[in-house]
Design a protein around this ligand. Structure first.
Ligand code: SF4
Ligand code: SF4
Length: 331
């Protein structure tokens, strides 16, 4: 691991230089809403949002909401299938907070370690990850409480130090990237001091209680889940929900398309097989979502699926709060 410094006034020129060579994805705020966007023109960088966590995670850049798998056309006895070419362009994602960076590791568990989703894997490996340390807790976040308060992976990590940034490398790819853009980075005079050398760890706590081992509070779950609209808002906004459906959209004239689209266990159709829903009660669906996030994934992969970003709490019209339904397991 190496340590560098970059001046605050160099940040936008650095990002403009990156986007001249690679695709760049960065946090942008437009009006009241912040999200990760592909930066197409340097002027977009004026809306760069580094004050806090974005409303929307960057999941869609790795796991597309609606992905065309193939098209088919009946122009011969055997039919004719064409598979779209997906971009292989090298790209950089800048400004990931610990929750969103660790969410990629959770998605890796499901989409690379457990099986091999070729689309996700290709997106993952063509993307250099630049993290950005949080300097204060966010409103609904509880990353510390679920063990995701600190970065577990990055190629580069930017942390604010006074008016400037300390930059840590976290991989050989990150080291090489610094070399490609070396005019923007300087090595600390006389070597990094103790503060600069340390990867910043959180010195504040987002969550009020540890959710390392939990059970659900049945009474609270029953009361809150009765209000669930099954709208999927929580799954769509969650950086670690990766369930999908496969849909054929035929035009009934011999042509059609097969898509992979986001799906959600909060929707009864997700659990319906041959017309029978095996999780027909709202309480069962909310229970499954919350236990998957705070128990099942950890039992299998050793880390919580929930990274504590708090976005599902922010988005839920019914006011359902995963942290209030969960209670520490004292068993
Ligand atoms: S966002 Fe809230 S209301 Fe909508 S499905 Fe999720 S828990 Fe239910
Ligand atoms: S379950 Fe909620 S708090 Fe946890 S990672 Fe998903 S959106 Fe964030």
């Amino acid at each position: 691991m190496s340590v560098f410094l970059i001046g605050r006034e160099e940040l936008l020129p650095f990002l403009a230089a990156v986007m001249s060579k690679r695709e760049l994805i960065a946090p942008i705020k437009r009006g009241a809403v912040s999200s990760f966007e592909k930066i197409s023109v340097p002027a977009d960088l004026k809306s760069l949002y580094l004050v806090g966590q974005t409303n929307y995670s960057p999941k869609r850049f790795f796991f597309e909401p609606r992905l065309l798998i193939y098209e088919y056309k009946k122009d011969s006895e055997m039919g004719n299938i064409s598979v779209p070419k997906h971009s292989t362009k090298q790209r950089v994602i800048f400004g990931l907070r610990a929750c969103d960076s660790n969410a990629l590791l959770v998605c890796d568990d499901v989409l690379i370690r457990d099986g091999e989703d070729i689309y996700y894997k290709a997106n993952r490996f063509r993307t250099l990850v630049i993290g950005f340390s949080c300097a204060s807790p966010c409103k609904n976040g509880f990353c510390d409480a679920v063990g995701h308060g600190n970065f577990r992976q990055f190629d580069l990590l930017f942390s604010q130090k006074g008016d400037d940034f300390v930059v840590h490398t976290g991989s050989p790819r990150g080291e090489q990237f610094i070399g490609d853009f070396k005019k923007f980075f300087i090595s600390p005079k006389g070597g990094a001091d103790a503060d600069e050398s340390k990867i910043p760890a959180k010195n504040f706590c987002c969550g009020s209680k540890s959710l390392d081992k939990v059970n659900l509070n049945r009474a609270r779950l029953k009361e809150s889940s009765s209000k669930c609209f099954s709208c999927h808002g929580c799954s769509a906004i969650c950086p670690t929900c990766t369930c999908f459906d496969i849909q054929d959209i035929p035009d009934h004239k011999g042509h059609g398309r097969k898509y992979r689209i986001w799906d959600s266990c909060l929707d009864p159709s997700f659990s319906t097989i041959s017309g029978v829903c095996f999780r027909s009660a709202r309480e069962e669906r909310v229970e499954h979502f919350e236990l998957h996030k705070l128990k099942f994934h950890k039992n299998r992969f050793g880390r919580h699926m929930c990274v504590g970003c708090g976005r599902c709490i922010w988005v839920c019209l019914a006011g359902i709060d995963i942290t209030k339904n969960a209670q520490p397991d004292r068993g």
